[in-house]
Design a protein around this ligand. Sequence first.
Ligand code: ADP
Length: 272
Amino acid sequence: MCCLMPVICQDIIPCHDWSSAPVAQLFKDQYRHYGLGKARVVFTIHNLEFGAQLITKAMEFSDKATTVSPTYAREISGNPSIASNIFKFHGILNGIDPDMWDPYNDKFIQVSYTSENVVEGKKAAKEALQQRLGLKRDNLPMIGIISRLTHQKGIHLIKHAIWRTLERGGQVVLLGSAPDHRIQNDFVNLANQLHSSYNDPARLCLSYDEPLSHLIYAGADFILVPSIFEPCGLTQLTAMRYGLIPIVRKTGDGFKGFNYLAVQVGVSERPC
Ligand code: ADP
């Protein structure tokens, strides 16, 4: 099969995380003689939590390795998967894709906005979001949460913040899904509990829904990201592009404390 490979020009072969990590070794061992002799392999770590063995191999066989921020690079530099190849490892700060995340050019929101008309744009988006989810159409402070629901993302802190926000009369919109069905069920139960305890100030949308995520970024006032650790998460970067205020835990550089700013919002179990 290799003999049939077309001769193509490629300068860099980028590999990302455990899922394409084996490409680094396969390329060096088996494929580089088939027309890609000058190509170099760059391996990027997005999250060292998953697939450490594959990542260790890719670190060994890649020419350069990067990760999503200088801080995360420092944080994981002593890890056994990284340490012996530290000389080729660099942190390059992650960024959002402005073609996809731009409130001035976003097909999922009603009124395009920039810093010039941000108040008008966010007001229209909040009303559309409230209408879509059946929330009271009121100018209450609204907290958005858009997240994988896993322990990394601080789910106990998310739950705590939802209750506190409800107590204080805010609205909460959570969009998230859990790969672990026990956590997913836990959130379904939370939605039911919230619905019976409060008068509908929040929605838990327990699915993956990209159009809805755009509307939440545009319509909410705050974004909650209480991650236990975060290799430069994109959520708060996207949120700032849409004029939300991020509420976060301090992570990085071995920070272990719970410097968490609790917020106030609300929820219910209606389908989203
Ligand atoms: P991770 O890669 O650890 O999941 P990031 O913060 O790097 O976390 O990226 C998460 C991205 O996925 C964010 O841009 C967020 O908007 C999006 N996202 C997460 N959960 C959902 C969901 N349920 N529906 C739509 N988008 C989601």
